[in-house]
Structure formats: structure tokens, C-alpha cells
Ligand binder design. Structure first.
Ligand SMILES: Cc1ncc(COP(=O)(O)O)c(C=O)c1O
Length: 387
């Protein structure tokens, strides 16, 4: 996430007043008494690490998404790293990921010791292109240097990737799918929620995410009990269930009781907030659909609307017009990952044409559950006046 957006996320907004990109202030005002009561409980019991709030949150999250197991961890990045570490990858193992995502997706693969293989995305959903991933897997197999092991799919802007197709591709090649759902908690596909759509899922509770805490946080989901046990061990320095013997390499990936208390409180209004995001997204789509390209939502998919993103040819001009009208906007992302210095050596031959094109066209508009109709209409008018 670019620095400007992070600052925006930290600052939050007032319930009334200017249009804000994210709104951290309104839920804080709504839940303040409840959060303070939960924090008081943590102060009283003093179990700042591994307190009862952790298990309570994990149970509530697993029930919400419909997965057998949920594990609370210290960040979305830790969720990805732990999931990858648990599969014992080496640099001879290929993990396929879309080029158009946040750098954490690629960083996690490299931190876990595997080799990232970038895949192009679909120009309309902005998610991983199924035909191109199949082509990339075939290329890797033909070259014979790397073994295709995992797919790290990303649900960009909250829209689930095509999990039916990804699960099929993974099965065909004996691979596993890790969903990077940092932006999509609350989304769904084919009647099941994000967190229950594939082998394993990682999400983020960064403050501006659909479910955000008041610091860093994340969670992991799976139905596989032995995988969940490996994750639990890695999260706690690679120790056994008694936390005495080191049985594998691990990290400190715990989420503390104070953050779990915030999330338990925020979960009480999360379904209502998700409905509001959907309503707001539909109002945007109806009003903007003919003027600019809006993200395509395939039948059967439900975005979590972590971000609302349009595509325009004249992005700089549109952004300037929005700024003049007092409408904040942000670009996710200015470059495809293979165009960054840190990942350039993994750039596919011929680049990733769709990722590169999107990087010049995407623009995210204000999106949070507390936008009023009047504010949405002001954003729409500003976009239409420039596009
Ligand atoms: C797609 C994606 N993956 C991973 C992450 C990392 O999450 P965190 O900041 O909680 O480590 C983010 C955060 O912005 C993200 O957008």
C-alpha cells in the first residue's frame, strides 16, 4: 500500500465533514465503550499474549468464514509467510502469483525461501489470468529448473479470484492454493465465504482493511488439521504443543490479546458493514458504469469491496479534478511487481502486458461503509466531469 494511503488509513476521518478515502473514526466512535470494556478485561486478567480473547476470536472467525480452523497472527504478511513456511519450500520450488498486487505477496514467497513466478492478470477482474497461469506452469515444467508447488492468488480490491478454476489447475498439477485475502475478508463465491474457498487463506487486519484492528494483525484459515497444527507451531517459534521442544523453524507470529479484543468488538458490526459496502458499490457502479470501466464482478462472486477501483485512460487528469473537488483517491498500484527493483530478476520474458497497462489506468475512489448517498454522488459527479 503506498505511503500516502497508509497515512490516510492512520488518520481516519470524522463521521461528518469531508469525504474520506477510508473511515476509521466512525466505527471507533460506535464501538468505543465496548472496546474499552474489552481492553479493561485484558488489563485485569493480564494475559497480554495468548489470553482468552485469542481463542475466542479464532472460533468466531472460523465460524464466520465457514472454515474448520482459524489462526490469529501478527499481520497479513506473517499469515502468508507462515502458510508458505509450513509447506517446506526451497528455491527450486515455484510459487505462482499475479504481478499486480502489493509487494507483501512476493516478499512472503522469497522470505519463505521459494521462487516467485509472476503471472499476468485479467484486464477486467484485475485478478490472476487462468489461461496465463496454465501457460506459466507449462513453461516452468518444460524448462525443468523449478518444480511448480503452489499458487498464491490475490483477491484484488476485495474481489475473489476464480477459485473454481484455480483449484482445478492446482489439482491437475499436484499443487496447493494459498489465497492472499488481505483485501477480501467478507467476500464470497459460489455460496461460500473467502476463507473457505481453497486449501488455505491468509488475511490482514491492517487498520484500513475490511476488518481492521488498531495496529497490525492477520489470520489464516484451513480445513486441514495437520496443516493448522504446523501453522500453530510455526507461529510460536516452531515449538511443540507444550511449547517446550523446537520441532521446526518458526517465528514469533502471535496476535496479542489487545488486538483480538478490538477485532471481537468490530466483528459485531462487520456483517452490517459488509452490507453497506455492497450497497455503496452498487450505487457507484450504476452511476459510473457507462462513463468509466468498473471492476468486472463475475456471476456468483461477491466482492468485499475493500477498495472501489475504476480504470481510466487519463488518470492524472481525473485525479487532479477529484482533488480540486475535495475527493481523495489513490492508486493501487503504480507498477506491476516485476517492474520493481527487488523483483526485476523474476520478470517473465516479454513482461506482463495487462499488469503493466493496469498500472497506468487504475484509480481507487473513497470506499468505506459510512459514505452517504450525497457523498457518493459528489464523487460520481467529480469523476464524470473529468473522465
Ligand atoms: C494483497 C496484500 N497482501 C498482503 C498484505 C500484507 O498485509 P499486512 O500489511 O497486514 O502485513 C497486504 C496489505 O496491504 C495486501 O494488500
Amino acid at each position: 500500500m503506498p505511503e500516502a494511503a497508509k497515512n490516510d488509513a492512520r488518520t481516519g476521518s470524522a463521521a461528518a465533514g469531508p469525504i474520506r478515502f477510508f473511515d476509521l473514526e466512525t466505527p471507533k466512535l460506535r464501538l468505543r465503550a465496548d472496546i474499552e470494556a474489552r481492553w479493561k478485561k485484558v488489563l485485569d486478567h493480564g494475559a497480554f499474549i495468548g489470553g482468552p480473547e485469542v481463542a475466542e476470536l479464532e472460533t468466531a472467525l472460523a465460524a464466520y468464514v465457514g472454515a474448520k480452523h482459524a489462526l490469529a497472527v501478527a499481520s497479513g504478511t506473517d499469515a502468508l509467510v507462515i502458510a508458505l513456511m509450513a509447506e517446506d519450500l526451497t528455491s527450486a520450488d515455484a510459487v505462482f502469483l499475479p504481478g499486480f498486487t502489493y509487494n507483501a505477496s512476493a516478499n512472503a514467497i522469497l522470505v519463505a525461501g521459494a521462487t516467485p513466478v509472476f503471472v499476468d492478470v485479467d484486464a477486467h477482474t484485475c485478478n490472476i489470468d487462468i489461461a496465463h497461469i496454465e501457460a506459466q506452469i507449462d513453461t516452468v515444467k518444460r524448462e525443468g529448473k523449478l518444480k511448480p508447488r503452489m499458487i498464491l492468488s490475490v483477491d484484488l480490491y476485495g474481489l475473489p479470484a476464480d477459485y473454481a478454476a484455480l483449484n482445478r489447475v492446482a489439482k491437475k498439477h499436484g499443487m496447493l492454493v494459498l489465497a492472499d485475502a488481505a483485501q477480501s475478508l467478507g467476500g464470497a463465491q459460489g455460496g461460500a465465504r473467502i476463507g473457505a474457498l481453497t486449501d488455505m487463506t491468509a488475511t490482514s487486519f491492517y487498520p484500513s482493511k475490511t476488518l481492521g484492528c488498531y495496529g497490525d494483525g492477520g489470520a489464516m484459515f484451513t480445513d486441514d488439521t495437520s496443516r493448522f497444527e504446523r501453522w500453530s507451531s510455526i507461529r510460536w517459534h516452531g515449538t511443540d504443543a507444550q511449547k517446550k521442544e523446537s520441532i521446526r523453524v518458526g517465528v514469533n507470529g502471535r496476535l496479542d490479546s489487545v488486538q483480538c479484543a478490538v477485532l471481537l468488538s468490530k466483528l459485531t458490526i462487520f456483517p452490517e458493514e459488509m452490507k453497506a459496502r455492497e450497497r455503496i458499490a452498487q450505487r457507484y457502479r450504476q452511476a459510473l458504469g457507462n462513463a468509466v470501466e468498473v471492476q468486472h464482478v463475475p456471476a456468483g462472486s461477491h466482492s468485499a469491496w475493500g477498495l472501489f477501483t475504476i480504470q481510466v485512460d487519463n488518470r492524472d487528469a481525473v485525479q487532479k479534478k477529484l482533488q480540486e473537488a475535495g475527493v481523495p483517491s489513490s492508486v493501487y498500484y503504480f507498477k506491476s511487481l516485476h517492474q520493481h527493483e527487488a523483483f526485476a530478476k523474476y520478470a517473465p520474458k516479454g513482461g506482463l502486458p495487462v499488469c503493466e497497462k493496469l498500472a497506468g489506468r487504475v484509480l481507487s475512489l473513497p470506499m468505506h461503509p459510512y459514505l452517504t448517498d450525497d457523498q457518493i454522488d459528489r464523487v460520481v459527479a467529480a469523476v464524470k466531469s473529468a473522465a
